[in-house]
Design a protein around this ligand. Structure first.
Ligand code: IVH
Length: 681
């Protein structure tokens, strides 16, 4: 410590830090506070005051320094030292039994000890401690590369910034575990959101995930997240006498280091043991502080774990035995239809709110007309609703015994509820569609939202509410109209201050400079996703070539088949679509145009041709262009690298050379057939 700090102050600060760390542990890890909140605050404020007087005392691991970092611009990618794998799932007792059987067969033993834990429903992170100090934390990401979220993890009080040192601490200790939001904190958060009139979070996991990815650590701190460890990554056990031999010993070691671990963890024997544990946790589930979606069984003996190893991205020594998706009865208040961007009509059941699978459900999709008929869902029915994980809630079945008298069978409306246009369902199609196109406000809204979305034109601030107002007020009818908006006009809209109006106008202006791929994607052509948009942009280089492309030319594009080609043709064949595109360009929407890059994706990609003699209909130049436009190369002389010789009348010496080298020879007819055969295949 520097000479400027009196010894007494330094000692007091150290004592305070130790006391606060201890009470954090009691409060956040053990959930058993040892002092009152006021006493805790007293200690905290005293330490803050000392550190204010002697800034040298405010070390990185001080509990006052959890929310230190300034907002970040983004999260840097990090490669995990050891990959963060996933678990295989077992959904039934049979699947759990199959897991145990396989383990026993491989190990050639009669019974296996398992370390068992709840499966926490949060998001996986990896924490690095170097010589006892928390230095680094990352999200799981794709398992190999995650994001550096150290500053945010530091704000989570269940995560110690410093581990108690007792001389046996590994020099490097990587902890794996789950960031969670307790159910209690989740309810508090949503109550606060509701009071502010803001969007509610669907479940604790989403709220936790969003919290951890805040750019400003203060925002993360405000979410009240917690953490629980379930294992280790890379560890240098070097300094310890004997590394642990079992998963249970690893967990005990983590608990000794005051890291939060599941209190419900246990070691059980064999299939009977795990199934009894599964039932026991199932009964306790609702009383737990956090959400779980199953239990995890891990072979306890680490040497056995190693013998079992991994299959692709999951260990063979562990399995997640999931709880069944929760089901609850509720009442159907109405069956309505929703109109999507392409006019697709989706029947939706409006439900009496019911809490199921960790969220309050008020709507369930009924997918399409046939599905409603099959399940025979009627207004007034009592239905069983199911929701698991992140999936859209669905109606499992109707409790027919409870059907009220006179409940009428569902039939699809014949007119679009949004615009009154006819709804048609083509033979062979499951989906009915509104034919209103651009006169249907529902379709226009969806189309505009898609146009403005992040991966399309990326117009910040162009959200649901604004689009609703713009369309309903008939201010905007097409994407091109967006570029005519002025600050004054926008500011007249409800809930739009001049400042936000100016922001929206600036965002629209910014979107004028884009890329061809984004622009194509933004148009919202049916079946054209981001990848296809990129392929089209690359292939044609410029928009005009795409606008003029006939079906055959479209089929030449990598991964474009007949359905897509037809959909693209239809879209650009529609005069009003062309008109909107012209207006967008006139409004200054622009992108750098490039040379067409058909070579990389064409049907003759990777093939080298040589031409010789006179072909019946194609000139030498035409033939060359034809081959190159499909990605092939044309060389001047036959060699071992030549794939085909294309020969016409009076071929000359090249034909002989091809014969010697065994290069196949095609005539013009066969060349064209090759191109056509390779199409789409
Ligand atoms: S052990 C090799 N234990 O579940 C992977 N994982 O579906 C070892 N999870 O990414 C993971 N609770 O984030 C383990 N008690 C627990 C868990 C748990 C939740 C998560 C973990 C993992 C995911 C796999």
């Amino acid at each position: 410590m520097s000479a400027g700090v009196p010894r007494k102050a330094a000692e007091r600060a150290a004592d305070l830090r130790a006391a606060i760390d201890k009470h954090n542990y009691h409060y956040y890890v053990e959930d058993a506070p040892a002092i009152s909140d006021e006493e805790y605050d007293g200690l905290f404020h005293e330490l803050e005051a000392l550190e204010r007087d002697y800034p040298e005392l405010a070390t990185q691991d001080s509990p006052t320094q959890r929310v230190g970092a300034a907002p970040a611009a983004g999260f840097a990618p990090v490669t995990h030292r050891l990959p963060m794998l996933s678990l295989n799932n077992a959904f039934t007792t049979d699947e759990a039994a199959a897991f145990d059987r396989r383990v026993r067969e491989i190990l050639r033993v009669d019974a296996v000890d398992y370390e068992v834990e709840p499966k926490f429903d949060g998001l996986a992170v990896s924490l690095t401690y170097e010589r006892g100090a928390f230095t680094f934390g990352a999200t799981r990401g794709d398992g190999f590369t995650g994001e550096n979220v150290t500053a945010n993890l530091r704000t989570i009080r269940a995560i110690p910034l410093k581990l108690p040192a007792d001389g046996t601490l590994p020099s490097l200790l990587e902890i794996r575990g789950e960031v969670l939001m307790n159910k209690r904190d989740f309810e508090r958060l949503n109550a606060a959101q509701a009071a502010k009139g803001e969007r509610l979070f669907v479940n604790p996991r989403n709220a936790a995930a969003g919290g951890l990815r805040q750019l400003d650590p203060k925002m993360t701190a405000a979410r009240g997240l917690t953490f629980v460890a379930y294992g280790v990554g890379q560890v240098d056990w070097g300094s310890r006498g004997r590394p642990p031999a079992t998963q249970a010993a690893v967990m005990d070691f983590l608990a000794e280091l005051r890291l939060p671990v599941a209190r419900e963890r246990a070691v059980v024997r064999g299939l009977d043991g795990v199934l009894a544990y599964y039932r026991g946790i199932g009964e306790k589930r609702d009383g737990l502080a956090y959400q779980i979606d199953g239990v995890v069984y891990k072979v306890n003996d680490l040497a056995q774990q190693e013998r079992l190893g991994f299959v692709s991205r999951a260990p063979r020594f562990a399995v997640a035995h999931k709880f069944p998706a929760e089901e609850m009865p509720t009442e159907v208040l109405a069956v309505e239809v929703q109109v999507g961007r392409t006019g697709a009509i989706t029947p939706v059941a409006r439900l009496k709110p019911v809490f199921v699978g960790g969220v309050t459900v008020t709507n369930a999709t009924l997918h399409n007309e046939d599905e409603v008929r099959r399940k025979d869902v009627r207004v007034g029915d009592t239905v069983i609703v199911r929701r698991a994980g992140d999936v859209i809630p669905e109606v499992v079945r109707v409790v027919v015994e409870k059907r009220p008298k006179g409940a009428r069978e569902f039939s699809l409306p014949r007119k679009c509820p949004e615009c009154g246009s006819a709804i048609v369902r083509l033979p062979d199609e499951a989906i009915a569609r509104c034919t209103g196109g651009l006169v249907c406000p529902a379709q226009v809204k969806q189309a505009l939202l898609h146009f403005a979305s992040r991966r399309a034109m990326d117009i910040e601030g162009m959200g649901d509410k604004l689009v609703d107002q713009l369309v309903e007020g008939k201010v905007v009818r097409t994407a091109a109209d967006l570029y005519k908006l002025g600050v004054a006009g926008l500011a007249e809209l409800e809930r739009m201050a001049e400042k936000s109006a100016a922001n929206v106008v600036a965002a629209i202006d910014k979107s004028r400079r884009t890329t061809l791929a984004r622009f194509i994607y933004a148009l919202g052509i049916r079946h054209v996703g981001e990848t296809t948009a990129k392929d089209l942009a690359r292939h044609f280089g410029g928009l005009d070539a795409l606008l003029d492309a006939d079906e055959a030319a479209l089929l030449d594009v990598h991964d474009v088949g007949p359905v897509l080609a037809q959909s693209i043709r239809q879209f650009f064949g529609e005069p009003h679509n062309r008109e909107i595109i012209a207006q967008l360009r006139a409004a200054g929407v622009q992108w750098p145009e490039g040379a067409p890059q058909r070579a990389a994706t064409g049907k003759l990609h990777g093939l080298t041709f040589v031409l010789t003699g006179t072909l019946p209909t194609l000139s030498r130049e035409d033939a060359k262009e034809l081959i190159e436009s499909h990605g092939g190369k044309v060389a001047g002389s036959v060699s071992k690298k030549t794939n085909y010789l294309v020969a016409g009348d009076d071929p000359g010496s090249k034909l002989e050379r091809a014969g010697e080298l065994g290069v196949p020879v095609l005539d013009e007819q066969q060349l064209k057939a090759t191109i056509n055969r390779r199409r789409g295949g």
